[in-house]
Write a protein that binds this ligand. Structure first.
Ligand SMILES: [Zn+2]
Length: 487
């Protein structure tokens, strides 16, 4: 009896200590770092910058997977850029690689310093056939209306190409001479695989160039974008997920459907897909996401803050919460998405083989090999063969440091211009930036544009647009970033 009471008291004591530690850690979360805007000159609305962006949007540099690149469109864009940014073109050398990718180099005064690379892509995704009429302003109109520049590419990603060149033009006009070399790396086919960025990086590697800092699209200034978050934070992508598609083929006796066997190729394939969906890859909070949650702790309500500040204890609970919605689930695991199906060509013919394609987005830490092992284990059926689709697979990007001086330079520029603090972030889509991981350690993904929940659907969707005043702020950001990072 006394023994049992002793155990109960001991347990109670342990729980009290645990609760005390959890609450103490939660109360110790420092307030969100207060960031004040620096006083920097504004970009004037009548500078012509907004009209120049509209002009670039009107050149439809569309790329798609099934069409060859329309080089003439890119030639047109290049001529437009040369005409609109004469001083930047005089200050920098321009190279065209892989038919239409651009590499500008602004030589620094100190050749011993490794360069800074600002990236963006010139191509845009097509407008889905049949949705053109849903656009308030036609997708390639570049209309200036209601305070916005409208059109495909305003956010993804001509807004960045043009804002970077506007910044270079303004600096060149002022007689700016960077101490560290500045490179602008504008791929031409990011939306169809990014061979341009790979070619540029291969050339830089051949020349022995190892950039100190690389900045591309990926993260944004987020307004309440993440679960439980309130207010504005800059999400700076420090890594991005990998990509692979796997074909599953189930084989069986074909024949007439009047006398089917108990299990057909279609049924075997369906069972394999069902098993894959019900056995997702394991979840993990690490790499790009762990630091993000810890740093978001001050922004969320007490209950959630308790979780974020005590991941040592609540990691499994947080993973359960995040697994509840597709967007947050994508941040904590390699996702499994069956996308294509194919079987018998006729309603009364048994398929001899049924095929499916399953798309996986790989969490940093997983690999093409671990996904293939997972498929074999989950499907566990020798009648189903799995093979990766050739040419599509890419491993997750390495995780760039969120404590390096280069990360600090980038987040300082963000804070000075936008008055928001930055958090590290995992980009669940793909960007050209991953090509640079081969030659650079500090590769970050950030577009200087504010996004609310409704804006996400505009990317690759209908009514893509950018507020004119936000675009001018983006130019200011790039000017400041160039000055800070190349001095
Ligand atoms: Zn993009």
């Amino acid at each position: 009896m006394r023994h049992a009471r002793g155990i109960a008291l001991g347990l109670l004591g342990a729980v009290v200590v645990l609760v005390a530690v959890v609450v103490a850690r939660t109360l110790r979360v420092p307030a969100s770092p207060s960031v004040t805007r620096a006083s920097l000159p504004a970009i004037l609305a009548d500078s012509g910058a907004v009209e120049r962006l509209a002009g670039a949007v009107r050149i439809p540099t569309v790329t798609t997977l099934d069409q060859p690149v329309d080089v003439a469109r890119f030639d047109e864009l290049h001529a437009f850029l040369a005409q609109q940014f004469p001083r930047a073109h005089a200050a920098m050398t321009r190279e065209i690689l892989d038919t239409a990718s651009l590499l500008f180099t602004w030589k620094g005064t100190d050749a011993s310093l490794s360069p800074v690379v600002l990236m963006a892509h010139q191509d845009v995704v097509p407008v889905e056939a049949g949705t053109e009429a849903q656009w308030t302003h036609p997708p390639f109109s570049g209309d200036l209306a209601e305070g916005f520049v409208w059109g495909r590419g305003t956010l993804d990603d001509k807004g960045n190409v043009m804002a970077i060149l506007e910044a270079a033009e303004a600096l060149a006009k002022r007689g700016f001479a960077p101490r560290r070399t500045l490179m602008l790396s504008f791929g031409h086919d990011e939306e169809r695989g990014g061979s341009g960025a790979l070619a540029v990086v291969a050339e830089l590697e051949r020349r022995g160039v190892h950039p100190s800092l690389v900045v591309d699209e990926g993260g944004v200034i987020a307004d309440d974008l993440l679960p439980g978050m309130s207010g504005r934070r800059a999400l700076v992508g420090i890594t991005e997920k990998g990509y692979m598609s796997v074909r599953l083929t189930a084989r069986a006796e074909g024949g007439h459907s009047s006398m089917p066997p108990q299990h057909t190729a279609v049924g075997i394939l369906a069972r394999a897909l069902d098993r894959l969906e019900n056995d997702p890859m394991p979840s993990r909070i690490d790499g790009g996401t762990r630091a993000m949650f810890e740093q978001l702790a001050p922004d969320v309500a007490f209950g959630r803050r308790m979780i974020f500040a005590n991941l040592w204890l609540f990691d499994p609970l947080l993973r359960r919460i995040l697994a509840g919605t597709p967007s947050s689930n994508a941040m904590i695991r390699t996702t499994t998405a069956p996308t294509m199906l194919e079987a018998s060509p006729k309603d009364n013919v048994l398929a001899q083989q049924a095929k499916a394609v399953v798309n996986f987005r790989l969490l940093p830490g997983d690999s093409v090999a671990t996904v293939m092992r997972h498929i074999a284990k989950a499907v566990n059926d020798p009648r189903v063969v799995a093979e990766p689709l050739e040419g599509l697979a890419r491993e997750p990007a390495p995780v760039s440091p969120s404590d390096s001086p280069e990360f600090h330079t980038l987040t300082t520029a963000i804070g000075d211009v936008f008055g928001v603090s930055a958090v590290p972030y995992l980009v669940v889509g793909g960007t050209d930036a991953r090509a640079y991981s081969r030659i650079a350690r500090n590769v970050y993904r950030f577009s200087p544009f504010a996004f609310g929940k409704s804006d996400l659907a505009r990317l690759h969707g209908t009514n893509e647009r950018v507020p004119a005043k936000d675009y001018l702020e983006a130019i200011r950001f790039y000017q400041h970033l160039i000055e800070l990072s190349t001095k």
